[in-house]
Design a protein. Structure first.
Ligand code: PLP
Length: 421
């Protein structure tokens, strides 16, 4: 559920007409709904009611400070994957003890920043990382709290580029080696083992792979405890999928996910951490764009938008589907016709949809990509020297620009010329 609905024939973001934002900031732009962000965060929080838990928002999905602060004020922790994300989370007011640090390639500098600034735990992904973190912690005279990310060798049944829990993926240590690796960690005085971490992929639409992975984590918890390790915390990762179309069967709800977690792991008495990203931000954001031209081709019509693959890469990168809707609600019974929806970037991959049925549109009309809040602005680039898209946050009847569009001068002046030129 989200808060982008038609009202009196016009698309609204909560209580603000989307066309009004477009007039104020120009297109393309991203717009997020505070109410939707909070609703999704709370669904997870409530789903884990009755067990000690922390919902750590995976901020790589959408990392604008205003989004982070909105969620942090509701009680969310953060899952970060780089020094930049760590510093963003801190800048948004998230205390270190609510930040978990994930990622396969943390550098010594990143470790130092988090250890001095405060951190809940590092989710360590390899033995070399363990050794480096141990050395960095000792050099600072401190001890780093860690979980070790295990790779459960489970097929997440999602797009290959976002599956992370099979043995051929780069993530975590093979679960079969976990006992040896935990023994290694216990010998390093700069580390303190606090739990286990697992994350098997993104946009999962079935609970079965999660349950398989979590059952393996439950078994491992018992084995590691028997070996003498203090396993008090289970970080279960993110990955629950969202409905990208209204016609498809909806993925499981956070409530079902929470119930499954309690059923599979509740008896262990551990604190549970989850790291949802997409499900919190995905349906809380739209990408709004204008039609530049409608161009008739051979046997097809192209809808050429002012948004492109650099603004929303998911269709080009993951063959992802986004519903595209007009900002002016079509009259009931309006006949639809198929369009190839494309951007202006000079690549054939800059195609959002092929043969998509839409009500007739013309140059200057506004359209919105639904479910664009996660991995949208976060993955945007300036390819083709197109300025990064601005971001807007709506709350009730208010809206604010939370990242403005850079000027062309700002973009150009980031480059510098060598003295010999
Ligand atoms: C990307 C990622 C997440 C979030 O995944 P979603 O599918 O957006 O919920 C959580 N944890 C880790 C370690 C990740 O890499």
């Amino acid at each position: 559920m989200d808060h982008f609905l038609y009202r009196d024939g016009a698309l609204y973001a909560e209580d603000v007409p989307v066309a009004e934002i477009a007039a104020a900031v120009g297109t393309p732009f991203y717009v997020y709904s505070t109410a939707t962000l909070l609703r999704h965060y709370r669904l997870f929080d409530e789903a884990l009611d009755g067990v000690p838990h922390l919902v750590c928002y995976a901020m790589k999905a959408a990392g604008n400070l205003a989004i982070l602060k909105t969620l942090a004020e509701a009680g969310a922790g953060m899952d970060v994957v780089s020094q930049g994300e760590y510093l963003r989370a801190r800048a948004a007011g998230v205390p270190g003890e609510k930040i978990v640090f994930s990622g396969v390639g943390k550098t010594a500098e990143e470790m130092r920043t988090a250890l001095t600034g405060g951190i809940r735990q590092f989710n360590v992904e390899s033995e070399p990382e363990m050794e480096l973190l141990n050395a960095v912690a000792l050099s600072l005279g401190t001890v780093a709290p860690i979980t070790i990310r295990v790779n459960p060798d489970v097929d997440a049944k999602t797009h290959a580029k976002i599956a992370t829990g099979k043995s051929e993926n780069k993530f975590g240590i093979p679960i079969s080696r976990a006992r040896a690796v935990y023994a290694h960690a216990a010998r390093l005085p700069g580390l303190k083992v606090v739990g286990i971490d697992v994350h098997i992929g993104s946009q999962l639409t079935d609970l079965a792979p999660f349950e398989q992975a979590y059952a393996k984590v439950a078994e491992l918890t018992e084995a590691l405890r028997a070996d003498g390790h203090g396993i008090d915390r289970l970080d279960l990762g993110g990955g629950l999928g969202i409905p990208y179309t209204r016609s498809n069967v909806a993925p499981p709800l956070p409530t079902d996910y929470g119930a499954m977690i309690k059923r599979t792991l509740g008896h262990l008495g551990c604190e549970i951490e989850i790291e949802p990203g997409r499900l919190i931000a995905g349906n809380a954001g739209l990408l709004v764009s204008s039609v530049i031209f409608v161009k008739s081709g051979e046997g097809r019509d192209f809808l050429i938008l002012d948004a492109a693959m650099n603004d929303l890469i998911r269709p080009a990168m993951y063959d992802a589907h986004h519903d595209i809707i007009p900002v002016v609600e079509p009259a009931p019974g309006t006949e639809q016709r198929p369009y190839d929806v494309v951007g202006p970037v000079c690549e054939t991959g800059d195609t959002f949809a092929r043969g998509r049925d839409l009500p007739p549109v013309k140059s200057g009309d506004l359209v919105a990509f639904r479910s664009a809040g996660a991995y949208g602005a976060a993955m945007a680039s300036e390819y083709n020297a197109r300025p990064l898209v601005p971001e807007v946050l709506v709350k009730g009847d208010q809206f604010a620009v939370i990242r403005r569009r850079p000027t062309f001068d700002e973009m150009i002046n980031r480059d510098s010329l060598p003295s010999w030129l």
